[in-house]
Design a protein around this ligand. Structure first.
Ligand SMILES: [Zn+2]
Length: 146
């Protein structure tokens, strides 16, 4: 748990509520038009219909097509006094990187070394990805379906 910067009196967790739409454009459009729906219940206490919109913030998503600045909504549950980020599905698993980057890296790692794949991605998206990030992606792919 950490303290919420917007409101230090409110306990914040790293818990994430997912937004199931898959495309970045669709999400951005929905966000602009205020069409992001609240989840049915709080992820921690399970209390229904009590969630209120809290602050919003921007997070960076690195994809093969460029870097997106995504607006993210936070929610507050008055029942258990926790706040949550409402993260779209495409951000949920890999945080800073889009699924396309992760898929590409994992595929390439079957044929090339970490250094070679890091070099390729550096040329493609101008970002150097650490070896332990690659290992983490590989582990996720080995253990579960994405
Ligand atoms: Zn709650």
């Amino acid at each position: 748990m950490n303290v919420n910067a917007d409101n230090p009196g409110v306990v914040s967790t790293m818990s994430i509520l997912s937004y199931t739409k898959k495309s970045i454009k669709q999400y951005q459009n929905d966000f602009k038009k205020g069409r992001i729906n609240k989840p049915d219940c709080c992820e921690i206490c399970g209390n229904k219909n009590n969630l209120t919109w809290h602050a919003k913030y921007t997070r960076k998503l690195i994809t093969l097509n460029g870097i997106y600045k995504l607006p993210i909504r936070r929610l507050y549950c008055p029942h258990c006094m926790h706040t949550f980020a409402l993260l779209p599905e495409f951000v949920k698993k890999f945080y800073r990187y889009g699924k396309d980057v992760v898929f590409f890296a994992v595929k390439e790692l079957k044929k090339y070394t970490y250094d070679q794949v890091a070099e390729k991605l550096l040329h493609m998206i101008s970002i150097e990805i650490a070896m332990n990030t690659f290992s983490k992606w590989n582990r996720i792919f080995t253990n579960q379906k994405v």
